[in-house]
Design a protein around this ligand. Structure first.
Ligand code: GTP
Length: 602
């Protein structure tokens, strides 16, 4: 009986739907703890019905929030509550799309107040900016500030009033640092209790996911945000056909393949024909059953799920229907109210899945990701880093992909970036092949992937430069040491000091007057042959060509004879990588050459 009532109630719906909230932030900054606390505490706060566990989400109704925050009494509020997506992180956020945008109506950006901004904080902000998602900042782990006095579950103001001066000071400093960083990224933020205009400022709410301090304020801020700026967006057609997003495709015992769906608009009922996308195209199965998690109190009942007849947005629901294998996570789900409209709806679903918002260029890299949202997020970040994308696709990395990339000539673009998507076994085989020229980067954190790629590019550039250095005659200046003439000629063998630059075996030597006197045939240090000698070194060299006492003498200074076109390369392309000492020798050498020919080597 109770069950029936609930089902009926759910199908009634309300005019403003429950806003969907997603939690983002850097690894370990406390996303899960915060969500757990919100879920856990509302269970504790709850007489029956305080929170409802949905599939993939948790519904915290307004009265539970009111109880927790002890506020909201005098406010006219028509948001029914908040539906928190259970999986935190960018991944979930970008996968969960709705009509080409983000499914989540709002977000909590979690930042550990003690660690401040980290790479994924920036990534999260960029994602929120791209999707124009309203958010509040939860500055977590305030209880970790040294000397913090814990006031379990207390609103921020109450707990802050009990803190000592030093704690307050540390807290203020860190909050300002956070405000500063956010402002650098173009977000105007302020501590929530100091915000006078919520249209201009984003609220920072200090919280702890362990002690619950500040969480009541955070919930209040979210309700406020939804209430003030989103009521239009949250209006649902209560009787309209259901629209949702597939969160996950899962096999359940006794049910076969099922879809975990977040319904964000309208109603879905048992027997409804739906449209969902598979890799092969859109399919139209009929809903066999709709399932929600069984309440905690009924956990002993054998069945894990409770069946309902229909559900109204926003809700997390499991859909059981035939032929769901192959449905794409992140696919839209649409109820088809009338068979006459089926084709049109199928077409919309197909277009939504295929519509990938990535700017492609002719020369760039290939990117793959597991979902459209993830692909777009990766593409956006790459674009911001000035990295061009030639091709972008959803799906695992196949042998075919690598063969395709292998045809790209430029080694910097013969690259595939795979974000959160598997590498198929036959593709792995190709990578192992010694003749493989494709470079693959894979991982599940965007900024690391990009970092890996850019580091690799730099390393390759360094190598290419080093190879060029090998072939370029480097500046060198030597002087013949007094009393170190070991042989007059054929070849002349003398001791020299490298005054500057780097002396390499094989170079031709010139005098200060520009006259070439011979070629270096051998360099020795303590009887050992070496290929080069650095500035400051004293070495024995043999020089083919001159006779000591005729073309050259003790104390003479000689330069490595750098060909004109090498000078061009050195001055135009390699100057930045030359050490100052080497640059000086180059300047001296070119000055000597340009005395009579001002444009020599230019
Ligand atoms: N003292 C204190 N510890 C916290 C708080 N929030 C999280 N922690 C601890 O910080 C660690 C990471 O917290 P999580 O909630 O798992 O962080 P997360 O952001 O979900 O981490 P990922 O899922 O790995 O990205 C855990 O050891 C938590 O117990 C907090 O507010 N106060």
């Amino acid at each position: 009986m109770a069950k029936k009532k609930k089902a009926e109630k759910e199908s009634e719906g309300s005019k403003i739907r429950t806003p969907i909230v997603c939690v983002l932030g850097h690894v370990d900054h406390g996303k899960t703890s915060l969500l757990d606390w919100i879920r856990g505490s509302s269970v504790v706060a709850g007489e029956a019905g305080a929170i409802t566990q949905h599939i993939g989400a948790t519904l915290v109704p307004l009265d539970a929030i009111a109880r927790m925050s002890g506020a909201l009494k005098n406010l006219q509020i028509n948001v029914p509550g908040l539906l928190f997506i259970d999986t935190p992180g960018h991944q979930a956020f970008t996968t969960l799309r709705a009509r080409g945008g983000a499914l989540a109506d709002m977000a909590i950006l979690v930042v550990d107040i003690n660690e401040g901004f980290q790479p994924q904080t920036i990534e999260a902000l960029e994602i929120l900016r791209t999707y124009r998602t309203p958010f509040v900042v939860a500055a977590t782990k305030i209880d970790r500030i040294h000397g913090w006095r814990v006031n379990q579950n207390a609103p921020f103001k109450t707990t802050f009033a009990t803190q000592g001066d030093r704690v307050k000071q540390v807290f203020e400093t860190r909050t300002y640092e956070l405000i500063g960083k956010l402002s650098e990224m173009g977000f105007n933020c302020e501590r929530f209790d100091r915000v006078s205009d919520f249209a201009r400022n984003i609220a920072i709410v200090p919280v702890s996911g362990i002690t619950g301090e500040g969480v009541p304020d955070l919930l209040m801020m979210l309700i406020g945000l939804a209430q003030r700026y989103m009521t239009d967006a949250l209006a649902v057609s209560v009787d309209g056909p259901g629209i949702g997003t597939v969160l996950e495709v899962k096999e359940e015992r006794g049910l076969g393949m099922t879809l975990d769906v977040i319904l964000y608009d309208g109603v879905i009922g048992v027997g409804d024909e739906i449209a969902v996308a598979t890799a092969e195209g859109v399919i139209n199965p009929k809903v066999r059953s709709l399932l929600k998690p069984r309440p905690m109190s009924e956990i002993l009942v054998e069945e894990k799920f409770e069946r309902v007849k229909s559900v109204t947005a926003a809700a997390g629901i499991k859909v059981s229907a035939p032929h769901l294998e192959g449905v794409i996570a992140g696919s839209p789900l649409r109820v088809i109210p009338d068979p006459a409209g089926r084709d049109a709806i199928n077409e919309e679903v197909r277009r939504e899945v295929e519509e990938i918002h990535v700017n492609l260029v002719d020369e760039g890299i290939f990117i793959k990701a597991d979902t459209i949202g993830a692909l777009e997020a990766l593409a956006k970040e790459l674009e911001d880093h000035g990295i061009g994308i030639r091709k972008a696709e959803v799906g695992p990395v196949s042998r075919h992909d690598l063969i395709e990339v292998g045809t790209v000539k430029d080694p910097f673009h013969a690259v595939l970036l795979a974000f959160n998507t598997p590498i198929l076994p036959d593709a792995v085989e190709i990578l192992k092949d010694p003749s493989n020229k494709v470079t693959l980067f894979s991982g599940d954190i965007i900024y690391r992937l990009i970092e890996d790629y850019t580091e690799w590019v730099k390393e390759q550039q360094r190598r290419i430069e080093a190879q060029r250095f090998e072939h370029i005659v480097l500046p060198a200046k030597i002087s013949i040491l007094e009393g170190c003439v070991f042989r007059q000629s054929n070849p002349a063998v003398v001791g020299v000091r490298v005054l500057g630059g780097k002396l390499r075996n094989g170079v031709y030597l010139v005098r200060r007057d520009g006259k070439r006197i011979g070629q270096l045939k051998n360099i020795q240090v303590r009887g050992e042959n070496v290929s080069e000698a650095e500035a400051g070194a004293e070495v024995a060299v043999s020089i083919e060509g001159p006779t000591i006492g005729r073309q050259i003498s003790e104390n003479d200074e000689l330069f490595a004879d750098i060909p004109e076109h090498h000078v061009k390369v050195l001055e135009k392309e390699m100057l930045g990588s030359l050490k100052p000492g080497m640059r000086e020798v180059l300047e001296e050498y070119t000055a000597m050459r340009r005395k009579d020919e001002p444009f020599w080597g230019k």
